[in-house]
Design a protein around this ligand. Structure first.
Ligand code: PMP
Length: 296
């Protein structure tokens, strides 16, 4: 699904066939989760393939690497250029791009100079699909910011996400909503969360969540569309009364939410601010907004 015999990847300065690339079974990242990564999307536009907010993603990758004491010898400009080359070599336009920085042999709990850089890409449907999601409040909390750098996108952090999603699916829900260490809503396992009440949107402030690039784009679009967004702490019980809600993330884009813990929201998805912002988001990433004033 992610690669075939023709897939080319970038690994440590070389272009290789994905089927021919190898890795080290003694790699520190494999044993301890000490790598960093990104998730980026490119879109086919009338002006050619466009990697959405490529610089922001690579700035976050460099930030994540620095926080994990990983020395990454690439600049944002280099990584952006390599990403366009990766897409071209694989003939991809609408794609999901996965940069992964992982560490080589080292079984101690200290950083190593053996730093590997992988760039790969594939076609990927919207991560959470197109139907409105039924969420459950997870029994797992997001990591306490005093236990790690929550704003860094670190491989090992995703064990928490996997536990939360698996628990939700096993209980018949589509996805989990995780709380922070104080019991306030933080975010989803791989996306930020917004809810709507009385024509205003609410989302958790930065501090206990990943600072999503899609979240920021939604804040920008909301301002342009004169939709008020309040960043504040809130409980699941407040969300039970919501008119609507949605997740935001690069892979998921804007994904409508139907209910939390069986409490259905008041409005039909089509009538929510989330639906308006979803259309605006797709127009922005596809660079359609100045040609197409209709929100589709
Ligand atoms: N929170 C978590 C935990 C995530 O994994 C992601 C996906 N990167 C997001 C939020 C959304 O971030 P972005 O919009 O930058 O993709």
């Amino acid at each position: 699904m992610y690669y075939n015999d023709n897939t080319t990847i970038f690994l440590d300065g070389k272009w290789l066939k994905a089927t021919e690339a190898t890795t080290d079974l003694y790699a520190q990242t494999l044993h301890y989760g000490s790598g960093v990564f990104e998730g980026i999307r490119s879109y086919e536009t009338e002006e050619g393939t466009h990697v959405f907010k490529a610089r922001e993603h690579y700035e976050r990758l460099l930030y994540s690497a620095e926080k994990m004491h990983i020395k990454l010898d690439y600049s944002v400009d280099q990584l952006v250029a390599l990403t366009y080359e990766l897409l071209e070599r694989n003939n991809l336009k609408d794609a999901y791009i996965r940069p992964l920085v992982y560490l080589g042999q080292n079984m101690s709990l200290q950083p190593t100079d053996k730093v590997h850089v992988l760039l790969c890409a594939w076609s990927w449907e919207r991560y959470l699909g197109d139907k409105q999601l039924k969420l459950m409040t997870s029994s797992f909390h997001r990591p306490n910011p005093k236990s790690c750098f929550v704003e860094a996108k670190v491989v090992g952090h995703y064990t928490n996400s996997i536990l939360a999603t698996t628990e939700a699916k096993n209980k018949g829900f589509d996805e989990a909503l995780l709380l922070d260490m104080h019991g306030n809503v933080a975010e989803g396992p791989g996306a930020n969360f917004f809810y709507e009440k009385d024509d205003k949107l609410y989302t958790a402030p930065l501090g206990n969540i990943l600072a999503g690039i899609t979240r920021k784009t939604i804040l920008e679009l909301a301002e342009e569309l004169e939709i008020e967004v309040v960043e504040k702490y809130f409980t699941p019980e407040e969300v039970y009364q919501a008119d609507g809600a949605f997740f935001t993330g690069t892979a998921a884009e804007v994904a409508g939410v139907e209910s939390l813990d069986g409490n259905k929201f008041n409005l039909k998805w089509e009538d929510t601010l989330g639906a308006t912002l979803s259309a605006a988001y797709l127009n922005r990433v596809k660079k359609k907004e100045y040609k197409n004033f209709e929100l589709v």
